[in-house]
Design a binder for this molecule. Structure first.
Ligand SMILES: [Cu+2]
Length: 155
């Protein structure tokens, strides 16, 4: 009985501690509300072995506000394929990178191209940028040899 009581007290303490941590987390997130955070899954769907198959992102469209820092956590759903380079481009061919995209955590692009980022299986690549113009932009793997992907809308 004493053991059970101790277990109960310990469990309750843990729950309270967890609540405090979670509430603290929420508070911190509210303080950092100027950061627009998104998780982006790059899903490479091979159709009949064609490497030029479509890649999609989930969600397919990300909508952000101009002038506010954007932070995107990128992962790939494909267990084998590393994507590099990925660009956010004003054109769907990926040739016009915008917003000075930086990789702040995870694998860096090995292409050396400005604005390029890399997504590897089993790793999280965090990119940051501040959109300085409105419009529709393309999150593209075109230079990696397969076609479109996601859209970024800046309002
Ligand atoms: Cu790719």
């Amino acid at each position: 009985m004493l053991k059970f009581k101790r277990f109960l007290v310990t469990s309750l303490s843990l729950v309270m501690l967890l609540s405090l941590v979670l509430l603290g987390g929420v508070g911190a997130a509210q303080q950092a509300s100027d950061v627009q955070e998104f998780a982006l899954i790059h899903d490479f769907t091979v159709s009949a072995g064609d490497f030029k198959a479509n890649t999609v992102t989930l969600p397919e469209t990300v909508t952000v506000e101009q002038g506010k820092l954007v932070s995107i956590f990128n992962v790939t759903a494909d267990p084998d394929t590393t994507h590099d380079p990925i660009f956010i481009s004003s054109t769907s061919d990926g040739m016009n990178p915008v917003f000075d995209v930086r990789t702040v955590s995870g694998p860096q692009s090995q292409t050396g191209l400005p604005g390029a980022f890399r997504v590897e299986p089993g790793k999280v690549t965090i990119i940051e940028f501040t959109p300085d113009q409105t419009g529709t932009f393309f999150i593209t793997h075109v230079l990696h040899g397969h076609s479109i992907v996601g859209k970024l809308i800046v309002k």
